[in-house]
Design a protein around this ligand. Structure first.
Ligand code: AKG
Ligand code: FE2
Length: 234
């Protein structure tokens, strides 16, 4: 998946531009934030039914993306078991709760070399909006601990912090740029379907995920406290 994504970003601008859209609701899209942020992203839902909408070039993209999505979904299934145990719940609790209620949103983040990395970031500090993110990366990472080559990084998202009443925490992270080397990461965000309601917990009120998602993306470039807006007693 990393190789075929990298090949996508090496295609001529006109070819990548066929999928360019500034509409965040577009099912498959290439977006760029080269003014405020230094990044080009290819994002799409990872669902076999949408295979025909994925990039046709590189030619092997569609096959590989569908296979990759299946592996990530299997991994997330295993993580549900571990996270349920972490909360002292039956091992199949979270899997049963989320199995048919989530979507997998796959984003390939491409950070080209940036002439002056002091002036901008690849992605601003943020926590992820959904439940679980599986991140694979190539090149230099922004991590306090050296990443194991080829290891996947699991980020817990805001929805897991809310549903666990803060027993799990969503971590803040960002992506810096580099003057000489490009970097590629693939983040698969497992998120509730828009219409799914977060249940009320002692700390947070009930809300449909769509409301949270809209608030989260209102001004992504500005560092904001979004979780706090959903507290029962702010
Ligand atoms: O490129 C990275 O390491 C971070 C990507 C990320 O945080 C995201 O896509 O949400
Ligand atoms: Fe993220």
């Amino acid at each position: 998946m990393m190789d075929v994504s990298k090949a996508f970003f090496c295609l001529p601008c006109e070819e990548r531009g066929k999928l360019y859209s500034s509409n965040p609701h577009e099912v498959v899209r290439v977006g760029s934030e080269r003014v405020n942020l230094w990044i080009e992203r290819l994002s799409h839902l990872a669902h076999p039914d949408l295979k025909h909408l994925l990039p046709q070039n590189p030619p092997e993209y569609r096959e590989i993306a569908v296979e990759y999505a299946k592996e990530i979904a299997d991994l997330v299934d295993r993580l549900w078991g571990l996270l349920s145990e972490g909360l002292g719940l039956a091992p199949n609790y979270l899997k049963n709760r989320f199995e048919n209620n989530v979507v997998f949103h796959q984003i390939a983040n491409f950070y080209p070399p940036c002439p002056d990395p002091e002036l901008t970031l690849g992605l601003p500090p943020h926590s992820d909006v959904g439940l679980i993110t599986v991140l694979q990366q190539m090149g230099n990472g922004w991590l306090a601990v050296d990443p194991l080559p080829g290891a996947l990084i699991i980020n817990l998202g805001d929805q897991l912090e809310v549903m666990s009443n803060r027993r799990f925490k969503s971590q803040n992270h960002r992506a810096v740029t580099n003057a000489k080397v490009q970097r590629l990461s693939i983040a698969t965000h497992c998120k509730p379907k828009m219409e799914i309601n977060a249940e009320q917990t002692p700390l947070y009120r009930q809300y449909p995920f769509e409301e949270y998602n809209t608030e989260f993306y209102k001004d992504f470039k500005v560092v904001r406290k979004v979780k706090e807006l959903f507290l029962l007693h702010p």
